[in-house]
Design a protein around this ligand. Structure first.
Ligand code: GZL
Length: 319
């Protein structure tokens, strides 16, 4: 063999072993599903982060069913993965399976939603202050209607999920003491566009063809986008006849804002995996125990914040 071929082989071997070293870290990811654009972006960014860091990411899509997530976690424990990422579809029912991971000494990191289990059963949780998100949305409406009467309909997220519970709490806290604003109808749209549209159709039918509705508060943008379709099909103008405030800051809500069909959204970063992997790497390096909650920022965007530009900045991020 010539010297050149030998050097090339040695380099390839070194790279290979380097890649092999990075591949030593196997991560199990129990993802809720693909119910919303935001969820799709979270999955995309998690895969990108894992690839950049050389992890072997084992991905499980639970189709929004807790029993599938529990089965996936048990499988990851049986595989002896190095860590488990869990985006828990609902807040309750995790004690037993988290105990099994704990006994197997496999660190669990929660992404974007919380569980009501003892915090000793997970390494840390990465997410936003969900109550604050609801407060920001509610305060925007209080300021926007400026004392005028406003009958609000609410599309809740997945029943029993921490965002659905906390975003409702936060919004109600913000409008408390403003008797001009009342939530007159509230129902789950399960964070999906399809159900958001369907439930909004029923709200419109029950509220004088929608003419008695002043505003929609949707716990995520996807349900708002579905509701906007229902409002237009009822012959009303979303963003004007019915104000629209929601949460996530996905590209399509900025497209609606640019068209004057939505009014405000509260941003939720889909990059929960970055802080999660950083915490795991510190834990693996020297046993550093992270804070039990790593909070991501929540920012309000309105029609005054260049929605067309925000759409362009986000449209290729995997939503
Ligand atoms: C909130 C997250 C929610 C998003 C929705 O932290 O769990 O789940 O707001 C998604 O888009 O379905």
């Amino acid at each position: 063999m010539t010297r050149k071929i030998l050097l090339a082989s040695a380099a390839a071997l070194a790279l290979g072993s380097g890649a092999a070293m990075a591949q030593d870290r196997v991560i199990g990811f129990s993802q809720i599903g693909s119910e919303s654009g935001w969820r799709a972006a979270e999955t995309t960014l998690t895969r990108m982060q894992a690839e950049e860091r050389g992890y072997d990411l084992r991905f499980s899509d639970a189709q929004q069913r807790q029993e599938n997530q529990i089965a996936a976690i048990r499988s990851f424990v049986a595989q002896g993965v190095d860590a488990i990422l869990l985006a828990p579809v609902v807040a309750t029912g995790w004690d037993s399976v988290l105990q099994e991971a704990h006994e197997a000494e496999i660190p669990v990191v929660l992404l974007d939603r919380m569980v009501d289990s003892d915090p000793s059963l997970y390494l840390t949780a990465v997410g936003s202050d969900l109550v604050h998100e609801g407060e920001v949305a509610g305060q925007w409406l209080v300021d926007e209607v400026a004392g005028e009467e406003c009958r609000v309909v609410e599309l809740q997220g997945t029943t029993g999920s921490s965002p659905a519970i906390d975003r409702k709490t936060g919004f109600e806290q913000a409008i408390a003491g403003h008797d001009n604003i009342q939530i007159v109808r509230s129902q789950t749209g399960d964070f999906t566009r399809a159900l958001g549209k369907e439930v909004m159709e029923s709200f419109i039918q029950a509220e004088n063809g929608g003419r008695d509705i002043c505003a929609l508060y949707a716990h995520n943008d996807d349900m708002a986008v579905g509701a906007i379709q229902a409002i237009k099909e009822a012959g009303l103008t979303p963003g004007e006849d019915i104000l629209i405030v929601s949460i996530d800051a996905v590209p399509d809500i900025f497209a609606a804002m640019a068209a004057g069909e939505a009014n405000a959204t509260v941003e939720l970063t889909p990059n929960m995996a970055g802080p999660a992997f950083d915490a795991l790497e510190a834990f693996w390096a020297d046993g550093t125990e992270p804070e039990k909650f790593i909070q991501t920022e929540s920012r309000l965007y309105t029609q005054a914040d260049d929605p067309a530009g925000e759409y362009e900045a986000r449209k290729d991020l995997g939503y």
